[in-house]
Design a protein around this ligand. Structure first.
Ligand SMILES: NC(=O)C1=CN([C@@H]2O[C@H](COP(=O)(O)OP(=O)(O)OC[C@H]3O[C@@H](n4cnc5c(N)ncnc54)[C@H](O)[C@@H]3O)[C@@H](O)[C@H]2O)[C@H](O)CC1
Ligand SMILES: [K+]
Length: 481
């Protein structure tokens, strides 16, 4: 079973919040499931809860409340650091409730030896490991590291909350982890827990339904762009994406719209490679765009070496807008695709690609219904199958956009009829390229559909059916705030 990433889980959580399903409700279900598992394994005895200061700990505070109510169970709680350092509202809420419960003992672990001195690790009939879950970043810091060793040295069976503490939920390198007897992971299998080296730490993994509503997963929401909204302070030039746009020829406006949309979405560098006859026109639209003139008045074979060199210096290629459908151009597009690592293909470019896409290329295509049919697609219901068969992420534009990478389908319902005006597809492709430079194809396609539509909705509020593609570009930063 393929697992999901922590950022995907975070997006689902945020989408739940926007739908009115509170994190506290999900935490209550998570904690109740932990308590149920403990009671299944030991009908009576001492339970030691080892909690961190994030929501992983919060889940365990809920479990403590449920378990403490059972006269056959004695609950001791060891919190890393101090209660005042509890990081999240939901966790603090559930911690505070413990004052009204029959909790046998509580210590704040500033020094791990204090935990050892309590004797709780030796007397425990069950340990609940709630130090770290999907919020872990980097190497396990001290205190947590020693506490993980103490848990592993104990004889007591261990229930891991969501992820064994210290284990990388993404499946990457980690320096130490709790060895659990069972791992209760919430809502969906996590990517890292599905890897074969996980078994040694997770033992049996149970995927626990915590009541997430389906729309939080199917519909693209604000949660799906959260990852794009925060920028690290220590960012440096180019870190947020270098994009090469290959467009223009019969048309000049389209690649310029794509370029401006990409810059507004946060791309650091945007270069447009355009046929000589429109290069200066495109450059005249904005000093923010770097323009490289190609050889003729349409994209053709002679341009391939120049384009190949440009591709080297960029993270993502966005190709198609304004190219026209001359046979020589279509042939050149098909020869450029194999030179790309990450490529978004839109509009006229779609008539030059060969499917399926080679395994070593990550491609996003952004067809509307007619273009999708021309590619062999069979309506929005076919998006999942089509993506899987052709190794491509499809953003199928429509009244509702259907997005799929062959593993899942997402539906975006931002946007409005005012967006049928020319150029909105060029804007969408620019947003998709900017996100694709820094995120996986599916996250980029979903985020782009949402941002483009939401920016279009803001533009509609101001301009009604008179909205222009440039109005949408002007609203992108508003949506991403
Ligand atoms: N829908 C769901 O899946 C739900 C999941 N829940 C639980 O929430 C956690 C994720 O919570 P979060 O607050 O994001 O992070 P954590 O509690 O996992 O960890 C943050 C905590 O740990 C400290 N920390 C981070 N990295 C390190 C490190 N390398 N060394 C030491 N300490 C570290 C950080 O400072 C914080 O204090 C998820 O796993 C689920 O258990 C929800 O409760 C229910 C819905
Ligand atoms: K844990």
């Amino acid at each position: 079973m393929k697992g999901i990433t922590s950022s995907r889980m975070k997006a689902i959580d945020e989408n739940c919040e926007h739908l009115g399903l509170k994190g506290l409700q999900l935490m209550e279900n998570a904690g109740a499931a932990i308590a149920h598992e403990v009671k299944e394994r030991i009908q009576k005895g001492n339970v030691l809860i080892v909690a961190g200061r994030g929501n992983n700990g919060g889940d365990a505070f809920v479990a403590a409340r449920h378990l403490a109510y059972d006269p056959a169970i004695t609950v001791n709680i060891a919190l890393i650091g101090s209660a005042s350092g509890i990081r999240t509202q939901n966790s603090m809420h559930n911690f505070t409730l413990l004052e009204h419960c029959r909790i046998e003992g509580f210590i704040e672990i500033t020094d791990p030896q204090k935990l050892k001195a309590t004797g709780w690790l030796d007397d425990a009939d069950m340990i609940v490991d709630a130090l770290l879950g999907t919020g872990i970043t980097g190497k396990v810091r001290e205190t947590e590291a020693t506490v993980i060793d103490l848990i592993n040295d104990s004889k007591a069976p261990v229930v891991a909350v969501d992820v064994p503490s210290g284990f990388d939920p993404e499946g990457g390198e980690f320096d130490r982890s709790v060895r659990a007897d069972v791992t209760l992971t919430f809502h969906r299998m996590k990517k890292g827990l599905a890897s074969d080296h996980a078994k040694e730490y997770t033992s049996e993994v149970k995927v626990i339904n915590i009541g997430v509503c389906e729309d939080a997963e199917i519909y693209v929401g604000k949660g799906d762009i959260a990852a794009f909204q925060t920028r690290r302070r220590d960012s440096h030039k180019g870190q947020h994406g270098r994009m090469l746009i290959i467009g223009g020829g019969p048309y000049s406006g389209a690649p310029a719209l794509t370029a401006m949309a990409a810059l507004r979405t946060g791309a650091d560098i945007v270069t447009v490679a355009a046929p000589a006859n429109v290069a200066d026109i495109i450059a005249s639209f904005s000093p923010n765009i770097i323009v490289k003139a190609l050889s003729s008045n349409i994209l053709c074979e002679k341009d391939i070496d120049t384009v190949a060199k440009l591709i080297e210096g960029h993270d993502v290629v966005v190709m198609g807008m304004g190219l026209g459908r001359d046979e020589r151009t279509k042939d050149t597009v098909s020869k450029i695709v194999p030179l790309c690592k990450k490529v978004v293909v839109d509009a006229d470019g779609l008539y030059g690609i060969a499917l399926p896409v080679p395994e070593d290329i990550e491609m996003v295509i952004t067809p509307h219904a007619r273009e999708f049919t021309a590619l062999g697609g069979n309506g929005k219901e076919d998006a999942l199958e089509f993506s899987k068969k052709n190794n491509v992420t499809v953003l199928l534009k429509g009244r509702e956009d259907h997005i799929s990478n062959g593993e899942r389908i997402a539906i975006n319902h931002t946007g409005n009829p005012g967006m049928t005006v020319g150029g909105t597809g060029d804007v969408l492709a620019g947003i998709a390229g900017a996100l694709f430079a820094i995120a996986p194809a599916m996250d980029a396609a979903c985020g782009a559909a949402y941002i483009n539509g939401a920016a279009g909705d803001l533009a509609f509020e101001r301009r009604g059916h008179g909205l222009l593609a440039t109005d949408i570009i002007d609203m992108i930063t508003e949506v991403m705030k």
